[in-house]
Each structure stands twice: as structure tokens, then as C-alpha cells.
Design a protein around this ligand. Structure first.
Ligand SMILES: *Cc1c(COP(=O)(O)O)cnc(C)c1O
Length: 735
């Protein structure tokens, strides 16, 4: 579409012609993507100017320039965010316009009178809220912004020159620079004023907020669409790209402390889950049988037993499930929930209708894939395809996956890297046709049901620790401190929900490895992929995406996908709205702004009050690989001796670090997320030279012993080619 010299209103025939064209629609998408890229480039420039000014200011030759630059760039950044949001809204609206409004309008317009025709055109224009005035203003604004950018580039070049020969920089040159800066300031000021005149697209009728809030059992007993909605909730992302959170966090029943105190894991699961799931969705009896079935695969009668190390330190062992890692706790239940919902939906179908199926597809470098396979093996109407890079997962992990011979489980070994596998999976999900044909599903870590399943062991360990106290200690006098080895923030988020429900525990401790985005967040309130405060971090190797490879690989992440959920609550607590609904809307909008910054800019800094709130609930720390190894050794040498896996060791190291500051009544519960046999390399490295240590005798569980010799089933794919993978899925998936 080219701009005509004299702007006019967009008329219906114009619009029909323009939007019927696929290229135009593609252009709109492209333009938005390009806008995003251009913006992040601009941000980088703002940052590098700020850094160079700082260098210049350090010479103290004139009044400091950097604070002025910071103020200017802050203003300009805000403008840009607004542009971007506007662009997002407009492109969303255009898409909706093309796909739903136009076809209906066209139908209604056929054969109507002139008057109806004109009325409809007006409605369409109003829907687009694009007027001649709006278009003209927007264009002026854009021109000004572009002019500003050009000058900024020139200004930057001059500044860079000065900085590079800093020893000879004189006051006069800095004075000249300051004058130019004033000019730029004036321009930004003008753009801001002009910007105020542009009518905002009103966002109310575009689904734009990041969060779709799901109903909890308490508020909406309605039964109309719930099974379908539940299914979506189970599968993951909300349709608008956000994450689901419960509509309300339910409070514990009044008598929970006495009533639940001797409950088993299964009893507690039913009690906790039914606070969120209404009996219309899943009856109590059905829920109990699902939970029972899910945890019957665990080797320990307590499911997640609490192991005492000393009077003040306990380990909550989450690794007694089929794959020896904590993801089993959630995925065993999730598999049964999938099956349950599919069976129920299919039961409503007639005998001649084809049953509905689900095809779970995922890529793994180890743990998640095997936990998902064990969660879904043998489930009716579900098939699962897990891609792994051939020869690049540990032998134990590979054996765990490929020795599952159920007919619905398909391991695909791709002769390639993990990143390639992941790209293939992403491309499969993006392929609408393929997706619709096979009903693809994911079991990723943002799945709400996984979080919910994980709240249970916080309750269980709370009761267990109280029952293990020595005589003379009153249970009500102790304070429990949970220390959680953290990657995607799912496990600890479950603790946050438990605490919000009313579980009386102290601050929650986030323990990270060198991938410390979360530890840094609690330090200075910046959520940023790359540490802007530290000079260089050269001790550990970094892969292409910037993730650091550590001894605790299940926590090697760049950003924590569930952290978004906590940010929503922080935004909500500081929202200014009068009603709860207003506050929620505001929280969605705030979060949207924050996440957009992370997406475009690689970082966001949240307001200091919100950071303070986060600090009331959490402490965070980072543990290096050296400390991890030393901790494994220290606990092995301890009394009683305990062999921790490297993830657990990150938690133990953090716990030890906090101990001197803790009050006397604090009891620490460290979550143990994997069995040490799964990470034999790190454990052996930490304990080599310990004469008492024998890996096979001390660590290797009998269940894993025969595994390497068992029959395997795996489909080899020779190169990372999506069509080869599609062909495999086509030939095996249940349809
Ligand atoms: C997934 C995983 C973690 C991290 O849990 P999050 O919920 O992602 O924070 C820690 N340890 C192990 C062994 C894991 O598999």
C-alpha cells in the first residue's frame, strides 16, 4: 500500500482490495518484526552513548552529561514502547479485520441498499479507527523520530571520537557536545508533545493482555465449556500467547492443620487439587483414582520422602519416580489427566465418529523427555514423539527413553544437535495444517497443571518436618525455609502458590547455578538475559544462545519461563485500580510492557517497590560449579554421609550459605531434584579420591542396573530435516 499524497479515510472497497491480498498481510507482519529489530538496535545505541558519556564524565571536566542523556533516552524509550504496542494492536486488528470482519461484511453488503452500505462502511472504519487526521499525525511523528535518529547517529559519532582520545579532550569540546545534547533534548520534547495529540488506538476490544485467567473451582461453577477449557489449560499457552494463572488462589480450609496432618501424599494431592478443580470438571472420586494411579509408580511409600541430615537441615527427595528426577511428580499426573480428558470427550462421540487423539511432540537433551515418556506411555488416544540428538544425551538418559517399548512411544534419534531438534519441534508446531491434522500437544514447563501438582509436596514436607522434631520443640515455634534448585521457576513457583494459599513458611530461597538471571533479578531488580553489571564472565563456556554449560544442566537456562507468572503477581500488588478487575487488567498491561521489553531489548527493570515486594517473599543466590563439587564432597564426608546430585548440591550450598544469618528456629528443607546416579559424571568428579566412595555400590540403584542391556526401540533420522520427522510422525501417529 503506498500513501496517496492527500490522506483520506480508508473506504470499504479500498480495504477489501488491499486486505484480500496475502502479500499485504505478510507485509504487515514483516513490518512489525522489522520495527522490533530496529528498536532493539536503537536501544543498543542509546546504551553505548550512555557508556561513553560515563567515561567522559569521569574526567570531571564539565557538568556531567550522562544524567541528561539517561533522562532523554528514558523518555524516548517510552515513546518507542508505545509505538510498538500501537503497532501490535493495529496489526492484530488488521488481521482480525481481514479474517472475520470483512467476510461477514461482504455477505451483508451484497444486494443491500445504498444506505445500509454506507452505514456498514462507517462501522468498518470505526472498527479500524484510522482517520485521515490520525494517519497524518502518525506520519509527522514518524518523520520527526527518524530525523532525531539521524542526528543521534551523528552525535554518537562525535562523542565516540572524543572518548577515544580522552586524554586530550578539552572543556570547549565538551561544551559543544552539551549544546548539541540540548538540541536533541528539545527534539525529544517536541516529539513527546506531538505524540500526546495522536489518538490512541483503544485496546479494549482486542485481546492483548498476556494473561488469560483461568477459572478456579470457587468462582465459576459453570459447566458449559469447561472440559474444553481445561484441556487447553493442560496443554499450555493461552490463545493470546500468555500463561494461564488461576482466577483466584484458594485459601486453605479452616481446619486444614489438624485435618490434613496425617494425610498421605495421595490424600494431600486430592485435598489440594480439589481446591482448584471443581467437582463438575473432575469428581472427587475420579480425582482420587487419577492421583492414586499417578503416584503408584513411585518407589517410596511417602512418594516424596523427607530425609534428615541434621537438626536444622532436611532434604526433600523428589526423585523416587520412574525416571529418578523430580519432573516425574508433575508428569505422571499430567499423563493421566490428558488421558482422562480425551476419554471423556471421546465417550460423548457416536460409534461412527473417529475418536479424538493427541500427539505430544518434544525435543530433549535429557531429563524432560524421559519424564514425559514415562508420563504418557501406554495412555489411550495419546502418542508421544521425543526427538533427541543421537549420541549426545547421557547413556543412562538415552537408555531410559529408548527402552520404553509401549506402542504409543516413539523415540526419534536425530543425527544432529539439540538445537536442531528443538527447531524442528518449533517448526512442527508452527505448521498449522500438520498441527490441525495430528492435534499436537506439548508438555513444557509452563503447563499450569504441572505447577499445581508440585504444590503438594510442600504441604507433605511441612507436616513431615513437624512430626520429626525432637521432644521439647513445639512445631509452631519453628520457621521452615525451603531452598529450591531453580531453572524455569516452576518448582519454586509451586511453593509460592502454597504460601499464598496459607502454608506458613518463611521466605523461599531460589538457588541458581551460573545461569543466574534470577539471582541477579533479586539483587538489583533487573531481569536481563545478559548481565549488564559485571565485566566479563569467562570461567564457563557459553553455547550459541548464551546459556552457560554447568554441572547442573537441568538448570541451564537463559530466561525462566515461569517467572512471568510471578511478575504478574508483582504487577498486580502494585496496581492502582479500585476494583479487583481493574487491578488485574492493569497487571496484565504492565506485564505485557515488561515482557515486551525482555523480548525486544533483552531486559527489563521493574519498579523498586515491586522489587521490594519480591524480596519479602524470596531470597536468591548463585552457586558456582566449584562450590557445587565441594558441596557434594562435604555432604558425602558429613555425618551421616549423603550423596547429592549436582542440582541438589546447588540447593545445599545455598542453604549452608544462609545458615549463619538464620534465626535459631529456622529449619531448612532443601529440595532434591534428581538422583545422583543420573549425574554420575559430576558426582564421580566431586568424589574421586575419596577412598570410601564406590559409585556402583553407593549410588547406582538396582533399577537402573539392567537398563543398559534392555531391548531398545528408536527411530533413526539421518539429518535434521523436518520432512523426515513428519514422515515418521505420519506413519506412527494415531489418527
Ligand atoms: C527441571 C529441573 C530443575 C529445575 O526446576 P524448575 O522447575 O525448572 O525451576 C532442577 N533440577 C532438575 C534435576 C531438573 O530436572
Amino acid at each position: 500500500m503506498s500513501y496517496s499524497s492527500k490522506p483520506k479515510c480508508l473506504t470499504y472497497p479500498d480495504a477489501t482490495r488491499a486486505f484480500a491480498d496475502e502479500n499485504v498481510r505478510d507485509d504487515i507482519n514483516d513490518a512489525c518484526a522489522r520495527l522490533g529489530q530496529a528498536m532493539s538496535k536503537m536501544m543498543e545505541r542509546f546504551d553505548s552513548v550512555a557508556k561513553q558519556m560515563h567515561t567522559l564524565d569521569l574526567q570531571r571536566l564539565a557538568a556531567p552529561l550522562k544524567p541528561r542523556w539517561d533522562a532523554l533516552s528514558k523518555e524516548f524509550r517510552e515513546l518507542l514502547w508505545q509505538y510498538r504496542n500501537n503497532a501490535g494492536v493495529i496489526s492484530g486488528r488488521l488481521k482480525m479485520f481481514c479474517t472475520s470482519v470483512l467476510p461477514i461484511a461482504a455477505r451483508n453488503l451484497n444486494g443491500r441498499s445504498r444506505q445500509t452500505y454506507e452505514e456498514t462502511v462507517k462501522v468498518l472504519q470505526a472498527f479500524m479507527s484510522i482517520s485521515a487526521e490520525h494517519a497524518a499525525l502518525t506520519r509527522t511523528l514518524l518523520d520527526r523520530a527518524l530525523a532525531f535518529l539521524q542526528q543521534m547517529v551523528a552525535f554518537h559519532a562525535e562523542l565516540a571520537k572524543l572518548v577515544s582520545r580522552q586524554s586530550t579532550t578539552g572543556q570547549r569540546e565538551i561544551y559543544e557536545l552539551a549544546v548539541k545534547l540540548s538540541d536533541l533534548e528539545a527534539q525529544v520534547g517536541q516529539i513527546c508533545i506531538l505524540n500526546l495529540e495522536v489518538p490512541r488506538p483503544d485496546v479494549t476490544h482486542v485481546t492483548y493482555s498476556t494473561f488469560k485467567i483461568v477459572s478456579s473451582s470457587g468462582r465459576r461453577p459453570g459447566r458449559s465449556k469447561i472440559p474444553q477449557q481445561r484441556m487447553t489449560v493442560l496443554i499450555g499457552l493461552a490463545p493470546n500467547g500468555g500463561l494461564y494463572i488461576p482466577e483466584h488462589i484458594p485459601k486453605l480450609p479452616e481446619n486444614w492443620l489438624t485435618e490434613w496432618k496425617d494425610y498421605s501424599f495421595v490424600d494431600l494431592s486430592v485435598a489440594v487439587l480439589s481446591l482448584y478443580i471443581s467437582p463438575e470438571e473432575i469428581s472427587k472420586e475420579e480425582l482420587r483414582s487419577l492421583v492414586q494411579k499417578s503416584y503408584s509408580t513411585f518407589r517410596h511409600p511417602d512418594v516424596t520422602p523427607l530425609h534428615k541430615l541434621d537438626d536444622k537441615t532436611f532434604v526433600l527427595e523428589l526423585f523416587h519416580g520412574p525416571t529418578f528426577a523430580f519432573k516425574d511428580v508433575a508428569l505422571q499426573l499430567l499423563g493421566n489427566l490428558f488421558e482422562f480428558f480425551l476419554l471423556r470427550r471421546n465417550a460423548k462421540k457416536g460409534p461412527e465418529e473417529t475418536p479424538e487423539t493427541l500427539t505430544v511432540v518434544g525435543a530433549t537433551s535429557g531429563d524432560t523427555g524421559s519424564a514425559a515418556i514415562y508420563g504418557l506411555r501406554g495412555k489411550e488416544n495419546v502418542s508421544i514423539f521425543i526427538l533427541h540428538p543421537k549420541g549426545r544425551v547421557s547413556p543412562i538418559q538415552e537408555a531410559q527413553m529408548t527402552t520404553v517399548t509401549d506402542s504409543n512411544v516413539h523415540n526419534i534419534a536425530v543425527r544432529s544437535t539439540f538445537d536442531d531438534c528443538q527447531d524442528i519441534v518449533k517448526a512442527l508446531f508452527a505448521d498449522k495444517e500438520f498441527n490441525a491434522k495430528h492435534h499436537l500437544g506439548a508438555v513444557n514447563s509452563i503447563n499450569w497443571a504441572r505447577i499445581l501438582a508440585q504444590t503438594v509436596y510442600y504441604f507433605l514436607s511441612f507436616f513431615h518436618i513437624r512430626s520429626q522434631l525432637p521432644a521439647g520443640t513445639s512445631a509452631d515455634d519453628i520457621e521452615i525455609q525451603y531452598v529450591v534448585p531453580t531453572g524455569n521457576f516452576g518448582d519454586i513457583l509451586a511453593a509460592y502458590y502454597a504460601r499464598k494459599m496459607g502454608l506458613p513458611v518463611g521466605k523461599l530461597v531460589v538457588a541458581t547455578n551460573a545461569n543466574d538471571i534470577l539471582a541477579r533479578f533479586w539483587k538489583h531488580g533487573k531481569y536481563e538475559k545478559v548481565d549488564s553489571e559485571s565485566k566479563a564472565d569467562v570461567i564457563v563456556s557459553v553455547d550459541a544462545s548464551g546459556v552457560k554449560e554447568t554441572l547442573s544442566p537441568a538448570m541451564d537456562i537463559l530466561v525462566s519461563s515461569n517467572f512471568e507468572r510471578l511478575l504478574w503477581y508483582l504487577a498486580y500488588e502494585h496496581a492502582s485500580g479500585n476494583t479487583d478487575e481493574e487491578k488485574r487488567q492493569e497487571a496484565c498491561a504492565t506485564l505485557d510492557g515488561w515482557m515486551n521489553k525482555v523480548k525486544t531489548n533483552g531486559r527489563v527493570e521493574i519498579p523498586v517497590q515491586a522489587l521490594e515486594t519480591a524480596r519479602k517473599d524470596f531470597i536468591a543466590a548463585r552457586v558456582s560449579d566449584e562450590e557445587t563439587l565441594a558441596t557434594i564432597k562435604a555432604f558425602f564426608d558429613g555425618q551421616p554421609s549423603y550423596v547429592a546430585d549436582p542440582h541438589t548440591a546447588v540447593g545445599l550450598a545455598t542453604a549452608r550459605r544462609l545458615q549463619p544469618e538464620n534465626a535459631d528456629n529456622v529449619r531448612q528443607i532443601v529440595l532434591s531434584t534428581a538422583h545422583p546416579a543420573k549425574f554420575s559424571e559430576a558426582v564421580s568428579r566431586a568424589l574421586e579420591g575419596s577412598p570410601k566412595f564406590d559409585f556402583d555400590r553407593d549410588v547406582f540403584p538396582p533399577e537402573l542396573r539392567g537398563l543398559l542391556e534392555k531391548e531398545r526401540r528408536v527411530i533413526d533420522v539421518e539429518r535434521p530435516d523436518i520432512n523426515l520427522v513428519k514422515a515418521v510422525i505420519e506413519s506412527f501417529a494415531k489418527q
